[in-house]
Design a protein around this ligand. Structure first.
Ligand SMILES: [Zn+2]
Length: 108
């Protein structure tokens, strides 16, 4: 008979809440709107999956989920962009996503 010790693992913290109830952030995939122009994507011209080519450069100006103009703040170390509906993203998260994408492309 094996004794499981899962209960201790459950204390990993509130991070698990985010998985269940996470909403897409302003620039998460899949996007419905162009984050630089605010134009809505048609099914016919779905966004190519390499939108992070300019990572760390120009901040996005429109929310990719709803097309609202975001409040963009540029800091010495990067930027943050906030959609009133979808929350805030920043250049750090953006760069992490870009890195993940690069790894993904390298593996495929
Ligand atoms: Zn939004």
């Amino acid at each position: 008979m094996s004794v499981t010790r899962q209960e201790e693992g459950d204390q990993a913290g509130p991070a698990s809440d985010m998985g269940a109830d996470a909403k897409p952030g302003p620039v998460d995939e899949p996007r419905l709107y162009n984050i630089y122009t605010g134009a809505r994507f048609d099914d016919a011209e779905a966004p190519a999956l390499s939108p992070n080519a300019r990572a760390g450069g120009e901040p996005p100006r429109f929310c990719g989920q709803c097309g609202r103009r975001m409040v963009v703040q540029v800091h010495p170390r990067g930027w943050s962009a906030t959609c009133s509906r979808h929350g805030t993203t920043d250049s750090e998260a953006w760069e992490r996503a870009a890195l993940r994408q690069k790894l993904h492309e390298a593996n495929s």
